[in-house]
Design a protein around this ligand. Structure first.
Ligand code: HEM
Length: 122
C-alpha cells in the first residue's frame, strides 16, 4: 500500500477512536450537545479519510504524486483543528467560532485538492 494511504488509515483510526469516545461519553452523561462534533470526527475523520486512503491505494501512480502528500497534510490539518474546536463551540465556548470557520475552509480546500487529484489525467 502507498505511504500516503498508510498515513490516511493511521490517522482515520485515531479519529474513529476519538469519535467513539465522544459517543460513549455522550451516552454515559446523557449530554448530547457535542453530537455534531462526534458526527464530524467520525465522518470527516474515519469515513472520508478511509475513502481517500482507499482511492490512493487503488491508484498508486496518483499516490506517488507530491500533491497527494500535500493534500493529506492540508486535509488532516483542517479536520484536526476543526473537530476539537467544533466540540468546544457546541459545548458553549463560542469564542472558538472563528477557528471553526477557518479550519472548515482549510478542510474544504483539502477536499477540492482531492477532487483535482481524481480528475487530473495521470
Ligand atoms: C460506539 C460507537 C458510537 C457511539 C457510542 C455513538 C453514540 C452517539 C450518540 C450518543 C449520538 C447522539 C444521539 C442523539 O443526539 O440523540 C450519536 C449521534 C450521531 N452519530 Fe454516533 N456513535 C458511535 C459511532 C458512530 C459512527 C462510527 C458514526 C459515523 C461513521 C456516527 C455518526 C453519528 C451521527 C451522524 C450522529 C448524529 C449527529 C447529530 O444529530 O448531530 N456515530 N452517536
Amino acid at each position: 500500500m502507498p505511504n500516503v494511504s498508510n498515513y490516511y488509515f493511521g490517522t482515520a483510526i485515531i479519529f474513529l477512536i476519538a469519535g467513539i469516545m465522544i459517543g460513549l461519553h455522550m451516552s454515559i452523561t446523557h449530554s448530547y450537545a457535542p453530537a455534531g462534533a462526534h458526527a464530524h470526527i467520525n465522518l470527516l475523520g474515519w469515513v472520508t479519510m478511509s475513502l481517500f486512503g482507499t482511492y490512493l491505494a487503488l491508484n498508486p501512480h496518483k499516490a506517488a504524486w507530491q500533491l497527494a502528500r500535500i493534500q493529506y497534510y492540508i486535509y488532516t490539518a483542517g479536520v484536526l483543528v476543526m473537530t476539537p474546536s467544533l466540540y468546544l463551540l457546541l459545548s458553549g465556548y463560542t469564542g472558538v467560532e472563528p477557528l471553526v470557520a477557518i479550519s472548515s475552509l482549510v478542510t474544504f480546500a483539502g477536499v477540492i485538492l482531492f477532487a483535482y487529484i481524481i480528475f487530473r489525467k495521470a
